[in-house]
Design a protein around this ligand. Sequence first.
Ligand SMILES: [Zn+2]
Length: 359
Amino acid sequence: MKNKSTIANIILSTFLIFSFVISLFINPSFSINAQAANKNVVVIIDPGHGGTGDRNLGAQYNGLSEKDLTLQLANVLKAELEKYEGITVYQTRTTDVIMSLEDRAKFAQNVNADFVFSIHFNASAEHLFYGSEVWTSTFGSYYQKGYNFGQIVSAEWNGLGLYQKGVKTRIGSSGNDYYGIIRQCVARNMPCVILEHAYVDQGNDVSLIKTSGFVSKLAQADATAIAKYYGLKSKTTGADYSGFTYKSVKKPGGKLYQDESGPDQCDIKVLGYDVASGNVLVELTAVDKQSPVIYFSYSYDGGNHFCPLQMWDRTKPTQSFNVKVPSGTVNPTIVVKAYNNYEKDSTSAPVAVNASFVY
Ligand SMILES: [Zn+2]
């Protein structure tokens, strides 16, 4: 009997594995029921940066310090996660100290971590961008796990009013993952995501971050996402994500490279010009085959000055909007830029507007 059931089990598990592999090829994504694993889940919360010296501070703008925000968020996140059953939570650092990326990954490996969540806040050289983004490994199941978690946490952040830039990969000159913490974790067989919650150098995000209690809300959002990903329950709060399901992305066949170029198409048409109000109705078609177009910006002075980045509805390639030209502007000329989620832009041809466009 024992042998029979073993054989039956082997046949069944072979069939299940086979069906799973087939489903990877047939479906671009497939549903996963986030049932809590039989074993206890071990997660690492890694507050980015820390210590003194310019290299260790992270982004510093508007009175906000990245190394402090990451630790503040991580402390709340650990406490929130510990309200759930079936999970053990470790933090790479709990004080303001320098810790190398390699030591963070080694620490995670020593406690047999299932997943490393590296907590960060963002800034850009241009100080133009806003919103949240997730970085994951470019490789196989590490990509898949990071992407799937990224989709779940992105939905939580969206609920807090943050614009969602998406989940991305980046490969360095060595051909491995560009970001050190992801590279060090993958080298030790652990999935890792970098969670860039919001920008500390851009107005929209700064005002959110400075809202009282917002960093704690971010930590709760992260905790909810991790609980959903693992299908956890909490007797303390009554939360039960054991029935939570999500769409899984396919494992990539090869490396997924970053997008190094702007949108393939950025064309404008002027549909009308209301001289009295100064409103120019502009239609923009913006398309990028590699990565989604997520922002656009316009100029009425031929491209000398651009407005702050506007949100682009990624469900439609063509959209129209009004550009307000201040009265007294000589020879108004519309130019539009479209940006993808790698912050690469393309610029439209200029279109001079005059009274012949009146509608
Ligand atoms: Zn950082």
